[in-house]
Design a protein around this ligand. Structure first.
Ligand code: 5GP
Ligand code: 5GP
Ligand code: 5GP
Length: 208
């Protein structure tokens, strides 16, 4: 069944802290290429509406084709690793993200343009560097939500969404950063709506 591509208002560019994906009770598996660098990595690039709703699975007939993005493989392997089990080369994660989210912007970005745009954003946005400049390090320390939010807002010139999850021991920790991007897939914008945060006032920033 072909579902017509839907309109949307902006993208969330979502990056995850690997240490906070891996230390929850369900754990994680390193990619077949080995443990990724201790840096934020891509989770996805998600079409979204200003009211918080979002389209998904817009065109399941537009199958993911790894051969269309083979020139991007190095960048994807480095910056978009899958930490889910079992260990993989990432292709199943990219396929999942393409079908669930990428097909919802297919009228603007074909598969190659979509993945290229995501890698380009990752290349220009250094979340870890911005935090480290503010002396916020992944060292199992506790940091205030306000200090993290201020450091990233100063760096991006826009307030990001900050999502937390719970470590296996229950501690609230920094998990994902959402940066809002216009439908040109390039320009950062003020978020029309911020995602659910689940953050406490003090957050663990776990090592990885
Ligand atoms: P899904 O049901 O789509 O596989 O995953 C739903 C949510 O569970 C995802 O958004 C992700 O945050 C989380 N999740 C799935 N697998 C893992 C895992 O292996 N480790 C961790 N920490 N979270 C996972
Ligand atoms: P979770 O339930 O783990 O927060 O999210 C599961 C999945 O739902 C995400 O990985 C993503 O695919 C989708 N999702 C959750 N929240 C949003 C959102 O605010 N916008 C969009 N576009 N997708 C979302
Ligand atoms: P979402 O549907 O939430 O966009 O993406 C989460 C899905 O991708 C889940 O099925 C999860 O198991 C899978 N996945 C594979 N690798 C990863 C990873 O490194 N991080 C997250 N958050 N999900 C991953």
């Amino acid at each position: 069944i072909l579902i017509a591509a839907q309109g949307f208002d902006f993208f969330y560019f979502v990056q995850q802290w690997p240490g906070s994906f891996c230390d929850i009770s369900s754990s994680c598996c390193y990619p077949v290429t080995g443990k990724p660098a201790p840096d934020f990595s891509i989770h996805g690039f998600w079409p979204n509406n200003n009211d918080g709703t979002y389209p998904f699975n817009c065109d399941l007939a537009n199958a993911f084709n790894a051969s269309k993005i083979s020139d991007l493989n190095g960048g994807l392997t480095t910056h978009w690793p899958s930490l889910a089990c079992p260990s993989s080369n990432g292709e199943s994660f990219w396929q999942h993200e393409w079908l669930k989210h990428g097909t919802c912007s297919e009228s603007i970005l074909d598969e190659h343009a979509y993945f290229k745009a995501v890698l380009s954003l990752r290349g220009s946005i250094d979340i870890l560097g911005a935090l480290q400049k503010a002396r916020i390090q992944p060292n199992n320390g506790m940091y205030s939500f306000t200090s993290i939010n201020n450091a990233l807002t100063n760096y991006l010139a826009h307030t990001p969404g900050i999502e937390c999850n719970s470590a296996a021991n229950g501690q609230n920790q920094l998990y994902q950063i959402y940066v809002c991007v216009a439908t040109d897939a390039t320009t950062l914008i003020d978020c029309p709506i911020l995602p659910q945060s689940h953050c406490s006032s003090q957050l663990l920033f776990p090592s990885f």
